[in-house]
Design a protein around this ligand. Sequence first.
Ligand code: PRX
Length: 665
Amino acid sequence: MTTDQISHQSSEASQLFEPPADFAARAHIGSMEQYHELYRRSLEEPEAFWREITDGFEWMKPWTELLEWEPPFAKWFVDGTTNISVNCLDRHVAAGRGDRVAFYWEGEPGDTRVITYSDLLRDVQRFANALRALGLERGDRVLLYMPMVPELPVAMLACARLGLVHSVVFGGFSADAIRDRVNDAGASLVITADGGWRRGRVIPLKGNVDAALADDSCPSVGNVVVLKRCENDIAWIEGRDVWWDDAVADQSDECPAEDLPAEHPLYILYTSGTTGKPKGVVHTTAGYMVYTATTAKLIFDLRDDDIYWCTADIGWVTGHSYIVYGILGNGATSVIYEGAPNAPKEDRFWAIVEKYGVTVLYTAPTAIRTFVRWGEEHPDGHDLTSLRLLGTVGEPINPDAWLWYHRVIGGGRCPIVDTWWQTETGGVLITPLPGAIAQKPGSATLPFPGTEPQIVDEQGEALPDGTRGLLVLNRPWPGMLRGIYKDGWGVPGHPGEHGDAERFIEQYWAKFPGRYLTGDGAVRDSDGYFWIIGRVDDTLNVSGHRIGTAEVESALVSHAAVAESAVVGTPDPITGEAIAAFVTLRGGIDASDAMHAELTAHVGEKLGRFARPKQLRFADALPKTRSGKIMRRLLRDIAAGREVAGDTTTLEDLTVLAQLRGDEE
Ligand code: PRX
């Protein structure tokens, strides 16, 4: 985010949106006094605070020790045992709530399904039995590459029921990305579908899996389970590939859940960092379960009559925490939508809100900015009066988009929860509680109970309010990542017991020992409200998706024509940031339009379509400091400031340009 945007945000700081009285009157947390008291207790009496919350969950063995904190390694609810699928399903069915709808599923071509908690429990148990029949055992890793269909949460929960560690890979990722993740996780099973729908087209999911596994490049994989979704033609490998329907056909509807230690790994989710290699963020069972369900309940103010809809893809952490685990953990009812916001028309979201009577809507700023561009006639054509609460996640929301969301979608009556968090944090850390905390457009406001964010300088000294700095967390919280996956995870005495500890420490803990470094810059205002500025490291946020510049650079240099590349972010009115790539070609290769197209497509193949650069420019050389560091600040200026005259603009002598500007980094 640019300096301009921030000053714009701060100038809006005086505009305060108080929780509406009728909303506050019915809310779980209905006043600032209540919030302050909750927050105080969470920090001063953590045992009592978490005990009260965890008493509402089902434990096979209740915990007696809350936290073991040997920085940076945390164990929460240390000696407790439980199973998250039991807490998401069996617990509600046993309480007589089996007929409640868990998911209203809306498929892109218009097919629909209504799935109750009893249905979901049955499907999960049958699929868990199928997984067991395929020979999978507690601790094995399973990679999921699926469309937004109910079988995706079914597969996740079935893994969780058996203590298998799932790793969901977003359906937009390429075959290369699948291969890297399968091998890093040592996955023994891949679950996919023949295809997934996207704006009427079929995404060849099974084909991408086949390509990833070709030539024996993933020796750990024994089987591929394939769900029939689009009925597109697929290749079939006898002995390896198994249809989902065949796998569950003879399975019983009952599958006892494994009794799992609190710190048993639940899942690995790969996310971009500052190197070319994505990190396998590990979340574990009990802490994640308690944290996601508690944040979901208080932030979305969930009640029995709510119809909640999170528009994220389950392939990202938002879907893991706030479509699957945190929402089912509350026994709530939600909508899952398979398709795109403009298929068949630009009013699709609002048609869905009207059809299901959605009460709580959780989406991303990039989507909101797109809706602004499409025009108010689309939401105006639908009855949106069922909505009572709105949420955003993924990137800073500009006040204009916030105000539009509030007025046009929320009819001026719905609070907005701007939730700040990360793949690593497991759940939301900074957010309004909608019945208590007044909102300022563009601010994520105040810390969630149990968390202690702070703004510090490069030395780790606390900065005064109003001064921008680095956002850190001063204490551990139950939903935090436990490490970066590596073979040997959790095996006492194994070098991989804590995963890739070196990388984990270097990335998050080395700068300020004992404190979690978020990688975000932020400022706190005089009311104690946090304003997130954006990443301060070399990761980009494109449409709320995190992409490492180093990943795009390595994808580019893996092309034979590329000698060197540098990738930076540039502000974009819709996607927040966009990818700008600067490329020098090997001798004798022309900077042609064809080469431009080829390189853009190449990044798509290496990483996924969503990571393709929006700008790609050729240069004879990249601007560097005397010590050989690429001058990224200069490239960012060029990407943002200069009119792009045709796609293959050749930059003149950048070194000279840099010297002229005195812009060395
Ligand atoms: O920069 C912050 C931004 O998204 C990053 C985390 O990305 P990811 O792990 O992909 O998770 C996204 C969904 C939780 C953060 O470091 N970010 C996320 N939410 C917000 C945000 N920036 C500003 N405001 C937010 N509400």
